[in-house]
Design a protein around this ligand. Structure first.
Ligand code: ADP
Length: 348
């Protein structure tokens, strides 16, 4: 079951005026795949998820399921009338119910005596909580609570699962494990999933495709590989490729930056004369040459064979480079990218 968003826009009107939270959102979450909405706080991820869930009315645009309109202005079925399951950041388990009862909550009555119990046991086992059915939520760790809420959301076999930062409250080591288990369960069940996260590593790890959101818009939509290898904006390159953004102007055969003049040959591809640019550069592809007029090393962070150096220009702008040679804080270097290692974007 695919979930399609077409021309979705949303604004909040409050005491402090109108906030345009989403504008012209269009993408499809394909059947059986995990689509991540990735963006920083305030980019509109939760608003979009809540529109799909039926927790907010659609103001503009449509949300369709397998091509059939599910929600549109004036058509807003409640969450329980949609083929969706929900998982929230804090798990949102019912505190006065045991874990088994929480999981049983959304199940249609099976009719056969013991039918639900067997299904609940099966789900407890699938999410790694065997034997914990009689406990109450406060008797479980944060990670276990998230596993329980995953079981509760998945047990009724929703065709679409909407997850809002489901691993955010779990510590980093458990989070990786929980993420892996979650991905496996979703793939096994063939559930169409939309998962909200602000963590690029998480999105790269779990998603089949990622919608990168910024200020209420999707700035790039693609597979993890697309975003990593072929970013269409400097910010996507910085988020996924670990690249840094440096402003530059082309003057003849040079790129004038606040880090010094770089040869034009460091850019892969053509750059118009006098163009104002954002350059994407990687710490590993920046060479360093000792130069008393160069940038100052303000931090040295050893990483085994190499060190990460933070260099600062006189204007206070910083750039990170990687060096295998021993370097002291306070030393000065000129930084030059390797030939063809820089991706240039025209400033918008
Ligand atoms: P995210 O989930 O990416 O953090 P949100 O969807 O929560 O972003 O918010 C998008 C924008 O809408 C933000 O500017 C936020 O301040 C605003 N916003 C969210 N909820 C409300 C609300 N109930 N009233 C007014 N503004 C809101």
């Amino acid at each position: 079951m695919s979930l399609e968003f077409r021309h979705i826009a949303h604004a909040y009107t409050g005491r402090t005026g109108r906030v345009e939270a989403l504008s012209d959102i269009a993408f499809t979450a394909p059947s059986g795949k995990i689509t991540c909405l990735l963006g920083s706080s305030g980019s509109g991820k939760s608003t979009l998820l809540n529109l799909a869930a039926g927790l907010l009315p659609v103001q503009a645009g449509t949300i369709s399921v397998d091509g059939n309109e599910m929600a549109a202005p004036g058509i807003n079925p409640p969450p329980e009338a949609r083929p969706v399951g929900l998982v929230f950041q804090d798990g949102a388990l019912f505190p006065h119910m045991t874990i088994a009862k929480n999981i049983a909550f959304g199940l249609p009555r099976s009719g056969s005596i013991g039918g639900d119990e067997a299904l609940i046991e099966e789900w407890l086992e699938r999410v790694g909580l065997t034997g914990l059915g009689p406990r109450f939520p406060h008797e479980l760790s944060g990670g276990q609570q998230q596993r329980a809420s995953l079981a509760r959301a998945m047990a009724p076999e929703p065709q679409v699962l909407l997850m809002d930062e489901p691993f955010a409250s779990v510590d980093i080591v458990l989070r990786r494990r929980l993420r892996r288990d979650c991905r496996r369960l979703l793939r096994e069940a063939g559930t169409t999933t939309i998962l909200v996260t602000h963590d690029p590593e998480e999105a790269l790890d779990i998603a089949d495709q990622i919608a990168v959101m910024e200020s209420g818009c999707i700035i790039q939509f693609g597979t993890p590989e697309d975003l990593h290898e072929r970013p269409t904006t400097p910010s996507v390159g910085a988020i996924f490729g670990g690249a840094q953004i440096v402003s530059a102007t082309r003057k003849g055969d040079a790129l004038i930056t606040s880090m010094g003049a770089w040869p034009l040959s460091c850019v892969a591809g053509d750059v118009p004369e006098e163009a104002e640019l954002d350059l994407l550069v990687h710490a590993e592809t920046l060479g360093c040459v000792a130069d008393p007029q160069g940038l100052e090393v303000v931090d040295v962070h050893p990483l085994g064979v190499a060190s990460r150096l933070l260099l600062q220009s006189v204007q206070g702008e910083e750039i990170t480079v990687q060096s295998t040679a021993p370097v002291e804080e306070g030393a000065r270097y000129r930084v030059v990218p390797h030939a063809g290692s820089v991706r240039a974007f025209l400033k918008t």
